[in-house]
Ligand binder design. Structure first.
Ligand SMILES: [Zn+2]
Length: 219
């Protein structure tokens, strides 16, 4: 068998399949399933946010994928919004060749049920040393949290070098900076009365999809 040349680039499609494979092994990525979203619509494909970072080895694998994608760009800071995205951000910072620091913003409820992000004063000081920031999130639903993180970085005089996430729920989302997501598909959703899985009599998996509290689900 001819050996693959060492420098041969891996086909994007193969790479995406490998990446999705790691996510599948976390148990967080459901495919060929039948799930009810909070909107009431049905879907066959879903990433359960709370399960993404439960296996440290796989979290590191996902961190490697994101770090590798942005490895050619110098990064001073990896910025997330804590907890599950924070574990991922830690792994990205650990794997990135620039050896960036890892910091996280906290989300706080502001007026009219809006959530706003803020940064601890100790973290703000890092921007004086170098403000090239890689933003990492687990799941992008509306993109609002990332937009707030971008504004936060800009207000600190920093420069966003990229945005990385595990899953982008809508491919319509646009940012002014390079965006890379491990799962990047417009997953179809159906009204219950036109759902093909319902028609096939596939039982509903109610363990994921609808049980996510509102404040954790919107990113
Ligand atoms: Zn259905």
């Amino acid at each position: 068998m001819p050996q693959r040349e060492k420098s041969a680039p891996i086909d994007d499609e193969i790479l995406e399949r490998l990446n999705r494979g790691i996510l599948l092994r976390t148990g967080a990525y459901k495919t060929d399933d039948h799930i009810v979203l909070r909107s009431g619509r049905h879907t066959s494909e879903y990433v359960a946010k709370t399960l993404v970072t439960t296996e440290p080895t796989f979290t590191e694998g996902l961190g490697d994928i994101l770090a590798t994608h942005f490895s050619r760009l110098p990064v001073d800071l990896v910025l997330t919004t804590g907890y599950s995205a924070g574990f991922l951000g830690h792994c990205v910072a650990r794997a990135h060749p620039s050896r960036p620091r890892f910091i996280f913003a906290t989300k706080e409820k502001a007026a009219a049920k809006r959530t706003e992000v803020s940064l601890a004063p100790e973290y703000r000081a890092f921007f004086a040393e170098g403000g090239r920031v890689l933003i990492i999130e687990d799941i992008l639903t509306t993109g609002e949290t990332v937009s707030q993180l971008v504004r936060l970085v800009e207000s600190m005089g920093g420069q966003v070098v990229g945005i990385g996430a595990v899953w982008r729920r809508s491919t319509g989302m646009k940012f002014r900076y390079p965006l890379f997501t491990i799962v990047n598909r417009d997953v179809p959703t159906y009204a219950p009365d036109e759902c093909p899985m319902c028609r096939q009599g596939i039982p509903l998996n109610r363990a994921v999809g609808g049980g996510v509290p509102e404040d954790q689900a919107e990113e």
